[in-house]
Write a protein that binds this ligand. Structure first.
Ligand SMILES: *[C@@H]1O[C@H](CO)[C@@H](O)[C@H](O)[C@H]1NC(C)=O
Length: 328
């Protein structure tokens, strides 16, 4: 009897830990146990501790690694330090995808770090594709409240069957709730986790205006504290080996306030308000007049009222759209 209650207590406190959205103290996986090099040969260097990895971009190649397992849902996290100084055209990506298995109807969840010219900060972009929905980009972009090239910061993706949450240093910055109308656009097939650095000269910085300058190479992105906490899936039979209860879930009221504050201060782009790309916002968008106004002040062309623009402005916007429409 006593053991039963002790067990129940333990079980409930475990549930509480997860329900409260606490994702600290999850096990950090040594590189060799969870990942494998993807490309770039010796531009990928594993530290002696076995837990940190350097990804380098130089004039020969970028580099990247990928998780050994496929996952259906979970919490995926890395502590990342981005290259400093002049990084225009450089992209560091931390993302989930199954593009190699499903060419026509792949799923994808992205953190993309877009380099910048000297003196200007890195920007982050988040995006989601489901079942090949690449004609609808669901990008958001943000500045950060710190210099991501100065130190390590934690970037995390939580993916369940009902929502996707992006975190920076445990602060949720975006929540994508699955809605009925999204249909297959919500990622729902098993994916692997990727980390890459590559030359995105054609679109990364101001739609390709600033290209990678190899005078400043090598560009080195450092990864550590790699967390793979998900339901791994057999690649052949697609059978999941765990149940969803173990995935940390939800945004607490305190976190939600933090998220709203972050978005007010740091969000610079949201597809939901882009009147040039979407005359009618995609169905899952919940339009907030305050948010619309904030973005309009920031960029009246993109977030304006859908009036026709001409000349220079139009040209500029076409480049930007092309930039965000690109994928891997
Ligand atoms: C995903 O795409 C495939 C192929 O285009 C289609 O047959 C399937 O119904 C789609 N699934 C969902 C959930 O929309």
């Amino acid at each position: 009897m006593g053991y039963f209650y002790l067990g129940l207590l333990l079980f409930c406190s475990l549930l509480l830990v997860f329900a409260s959205g606490s994702v600290r103290n999850l096990p950090i996986i040594p590189f060799d146990e969870g990942y494998t090099p993807l490309f770039g040969d010796d531009n990928l260097v594993i530290h002696r501790d076995g837990k940190s990895v350097h990804l380098t971009l130089d004039d020969r190649t970028g580099s990247g690694f990928v998780s050994q397992d496929l996952y259906l849902h979970g919490y995926f996290s890395a502590s990342i330090k981005l290259p400093a100084d002049y990084t225009a055209g450089v992209v560091v990506a931390f993302y989930m995808s199954n593009g190699d298995m499903f060419e026509k109807n792949h799923d994808e969840i992205d953190f993309e770090f877009l380099g910048n010219i000297r003196g200007k900060d890195w920007r982050i972009q988040t995006n989601v594709y489901g079942n090949g929905s690449t004609s609808i980009g669901r990008e958001e972009r943000y500045g950060l409240w710190f210099d991501p090239a100065e130190d390590f910061h934690q970037y995390s993706i939580l993916w369940s069957d009902s929502k996707i949450i992006f975190y920076v240093d445990h602060v949720p910055i975006r929540e994508v709730k699955r809605t009925e109308s999204m249909g297959g656009d919500f990622p729902s097939k098993p994916m692997t986790l990727y980390a890459t650095i590559w030359d995105a000269s054609n679109w990364a910085t101001n739609g390709g205006k600033y290209r990678v300058n190899y005078k400043y190479a090598p560009y080195i992105a450092e990864f550590s504290d790699l967390i793979l906490h998900g339901c791994s899936v057999d690649p052949i039979e697609h059978i999941s080996k765990c149940d969803n209860a173990q995935i940390p879930s939800g945004v607490t009221p305190i976190q939600r306030t933090k998220m709203e504050n972050f978005r007010k201060k740091h969000m610079t782009y949201s597809y939901c308000y882009d009147r040039v790309r979407y005359k009618v916002p995609p169905s899952e968008c919940v339009i907030s007049p305050q948010e619309a106004e904030r973005l309009r002040v920031f960029d009246p062309v993109t977030f304006g009222k859908g009036r026709r623009h001409h000349g220079k402005q139009k040209h500029r916007h076409n480049q930007a759209s092309q930039a965000v429409a690109s994928s891997f």
